[in-house]
Design a protein around this ligand. Sequence first.
Ligand code: PAF
Length: 282
Amino acid sequence: MRVIRNPQKLSKILAVTRHKRRSIGFVPTMGALHLGHLSLIKKANKENNIVVVSIFVNPKQFGPKEDFKKYPRQLKKDLAFCRASAVDFVFLPSDKMMYPEGYSTFVNVEGLSAVLCGASRPGHFRGVATIVAKLLNIICPDALYLGQKDAQQAIILKKMVKDLNFPTDVKVIPTVRQKNGLALSSRNAYLDKKQASDAVVLSKALSMARSLFESGARDSARIISRMRKLINKKQQAKVDYISIVDLERLEKVKKINRDCLVALAVRFGNTRLIDNTVINYA
Ligand code: PAF
């Protein structure tokens, strides 16, 4: 495994890889790697000759009052994790390399970036789209691997890849959960014991939505209200949003009459967790 910090150097090495017709799978991360990332790396390894993982805590996707400074950083552990997961290259750029002084170019996927998490985190998806566009330009992968846990991010990045003609397939890999249902996330590290056990309610609320749908419920407001009631039973839980939206435009769906995304964001203390499930209508 090679650790490369310089974007130009990585591009040059990977140009040779491509010339040899070896396919490149790319997993972008902000580090604090867990089994969710492992499932992306495994899939990338299965489907490609070479796997590149980037580790970069992207300052442009955090709001001024968000957790950029305290975001978990554990480079040594992450590098050992990548080595053990048969990663070929870790791209580890500095803030200055990605955003040199005077940096002024941004990618904004309109519409999709303004709703759900975008409504409570203005500028977040502009930061995500910008860094991923830059990484795609540096790495030129055949396939980009993203987690379904960040469903809105995946939908936005798919749209960006299509709109900007990146020659890359976007693969979305199922959410990895603890046995109790809690979706794996680097931010789970912020939770204390009580919050971590209470946060299981999120996956329970999503399962409830699926069960209600399976037993005939189609009215989104009703389903959301039942989910909200369940979540509100946990004293520390503060719902940011619970929404049922369509999978292309992320527009609210009143009556479920097609495939939908049930998405939620809930705070436990200072920690904001997200999770989702897809309801297949057919
Ligand atoms: O999902 C993440 O970890 C980040 O948003 C990403 C895609 C690595 C961009 O910084």
